[in-house]
Design a protein around this ligand. Structure first.
Ligand code: TXA
Ligand code: MG
Length: 349
C-alpha cells in the first residue's frame, strides 16, 4: 500500500509533512520532490531502511547512495574530515544541486557507500525536501525515485508510474525545476573532480575552485575499459523503451538528416519520434515531434529531457531520433544523459 499525499511547495503544510517524516524516523521509505529530480528517501543511518530503497528500485547493491542533509553541520557525524574546499563550495552552491564526496566516518552504514571509503552528501534547496529532512531529524539517503534503468522522475506522475505499491509514501509536490540529477564532485582527492555533470556546471565550479577536472572516464564511451569512478555511471540509465540515436552537428544539417532518416525508417514500418528543440520543431514534416526546450537556454532542455523520454514511451514509438545540442554550460549534463539514454549511439555530422 502506497499513500500519496499532495503538498504545495509554495505553502508547505508542516502537519502533512510530519506524517512523512514519521515514516522516515521509523525506518520506512518516502518519495519526495527535490529541485533536481524526485528522490526515494530512507533514514541513512538505518541499514534495514536503506535496503528497502534498493529493493523498491531494483537497484544493484554496488551503486552507492547520496545522503541528504538540511544544514551544513549535519555533515559532521558523516565524514572523517572536511576538506578545505567543502566550506567554500557549500557557501556558494548549498543548498542546491551539488553533491560532494567526502571521506566517510564509521557511522555511515556499508549499504549506503557500497563498501567505498567515501560518502556522497547533498543539501537540497527544494522547500519540501529541506523541511522533510529537518522534521525527520535524520540524514536522508535518497537515489532518484525511478525504477533502476528508467529515466529519473521529474514529476510525481513518473514516481507513481514506477514505484506505486513499492514504497510507503509518495509526496506529490510539483515539477522539478532543474530536471537533471545533481552534479557529483569528488573532493576527497587532491584535485576536485566532476564524476557526474549536472545543474552546477564546470564553469560555475571554476568560479570558486582554483583547479577542477572532469573525470576522464566520463567522456569516454562505455566499453572502452575505463572504469568510471562514480559507480552509477556505468549502468544503462535513463533509457526509454525505444531505440534512440543522437544526430549531432549544426542545426540545419541535423534537421535535414533526421527528416531523411525518419522517412526511411517509417517506410520500414517503424514508428519514429523526433526529439527536437523550440528552434527546429516546426521544420519537420514527418513523425511525432516533441520539443525538449530551447537551444538558447539549455537549462530548459535539462528541465524537460526526462519527461520527454517518458512521453515518447507513452506514445509507443520504436525509434527516437534526437538532436544533439551544444555541450556548453548545462548542455554538458544534458548531452551526458542523452548519450546514456541512447546507449552512446551518436552520428556526428
Ligand atoms: O540530484 C540528485 O543527486 C538526486 C536527488 C534525489 O538528490 N539523487 C540521485 O541519486 O541522483 P542517484 O542514486 O540516482 O545517483 C547517485 C550518484 C550515482 O551515480 C552514484 O554512483 C554516485 O552518485 N555516488 C554515490 N556515492 C558515491 C561515492 N561515495 N563515490 C562516488 N560516487 C558516488
Ligand atoms: Mg538515479
Amino acid at each position: 500500500e502506497t499513500k500519496i499525499i499532495s503538498i504545495d511547495p509554495s505553502c508547505i503544510d508542516q502537519e502533512k509533512l510530519q506524517e512523512a517524516a514519521n515514516i522516515l524516523k521509523r525506518g520506512g521509505t518516502v518519495a519526495f520532490p527535490t529541485e533536481t529530480v524526485y528522490g526515494l528517501g530512507a533514514n541513512a543511518l538505518d541499514q534495514e531502511a536503506v535496503v528497502k530503497i534498493f529493493r523498491a528500485k531494483g537497484r544493484p547493491s554496488d551503486n552507492p547512495l547520496i545522503v541528504h542533509i538540511a544544514d551544513f553541520d549535519d555533515i559532521n557525524p558523516l565524514v572523517r574530515e572536511i576538506p578545505a574546499v567543502a566550506k567554500k563550495l557549500a557557501d556558494r552552491f548549498w543548498p542546491g544541486p551539488l553533491t560532494m564526496i567526502f571521506p566517510k566516518s564509521e557511522h555511515v552504514p556499508e549499504g549506503i557507500t557500497a563498501g567505498l571509503d567515501t560518502v556522497a552528501i547533498r543539501m537540497p534547496s527544494h522547500g519540501i525536501a529541506r523541511a522533510l529532512i529537518k522534521l525527520s531529524g535524520v540524514p536522508v539517503a535518497a537515489p532518484s525515485a525511478n525504477l533502476s534503468g528508467k529515466p529519473s522522475p521529474t514529476k510525481a506522475a513518473h514516481v507513481i508510474e514506477d514505484l506505486m505499491g513499492k514504497v510507503e509514501m509518495i509526496i506529490s509536490g510539483g515539477e522539478c525545476v532543474v530536471g537533471l540529477e545533481s552534479t557529483v564532485l569528488d573532493i576527497s582527492g587532491e584535485v576536485p573532480a566532476i564524476l557526474r555533470p549536472g545543474g552546477i556546471t564546470l564553469e560555475d565550479l571554476k568560479q570558486v575552485l582554483e583547479a577542477v577536472i572532469v573525470d576522464p572516464a566520463l567522456e569516454e564511451k562505455m566499453g572502452t575499459g575505463i572504469v568510471p569512478k562514480s559507480p552509477g555511471m556505468k549502468y544503462t540509465h535513463y533509457a526509454p523503451k525505444a531505440e534512440m540515436m543522437i544526430i549531432d552537428g549544426a542545426a540545419e544539417i541535423v534537421v535535414t538528416k533526421i527528416e531523411n532518416l525518419a522517412k526511411e525508417k517509417e517506410k520500414d514500418g517503424l514508428k519514429v519520434g523526433i526529439m527536437a528543440t523550440e528552434e527546429t520543431k516546426d521544420s519537420y514534416g514527418a513523425a511525432c515531434v516533441l520539443s525538449m526546450g530551447s537551444r538558447k537556454a539549455p537549462e530548459t532542455i535539462g528541465a524537460k529531457l526526462f519527461d520527454t523520454l517518458r512521453h515518447f514511451d507513452a506514445l509507443g514509438v520504436d525509434l527516437i531520433l534526437a538532436e544533439g545540442i551544444s555541450r556548453q554550460g548545462v548542455g554538458h549534463a544534458v548531452m551526458n544523459r542523452m548519450l546514456k539514454a541512447a546507449g552512446y549511439r551518436i552520428l556526428s555530422l
